[in-house]
Design a protein around this ligand. Structure first.
Ligand SMILES: [Zn+2]
Length: 61
C-alpha cells in the first residue's frame, strides 16, 4: 500500500487554489493605523513590532 495522502496534500489540488481571505491587522504604529498583513512590516509606514524596518513608501509603487 502506498502512503496515504495527507489532508494537506489532498487539499492542495488546483481546485483548492483559490485566493485566501485577506488577513489584515491594524498597523502597530498608532500614527499610521492602516490595515497590514500580520507578521509583515506595514506597507504604509514601514513599522513592524514597534520599529521602522522599511523606508516608508507613501502607498504607491
Ligand atoms: Zn503603518
Amino acid at each position: 500500500m502506498q502512503h496515504r495522502k495527507s489532508r494537506s496534500r489532498t487539499h492542495h489540488r488546483r481546485a483548492h487554489w483559490k485566493a485566501t481571505a485577506p488577513a489584515l491587522t491594524t498597523c502597530a504604529n498608532p500614527a499610521c493605523g492602516k490595515a497590514t498583513p500580520p507578521h509583515h512590516a506595514c506597507q504604509h509606514c514601514g513599522f513592524y513590532r514597534g520599529r521602522r524596518v522599511l523606508p516608508p513608501t507613501g502607498g504607491d509603487t
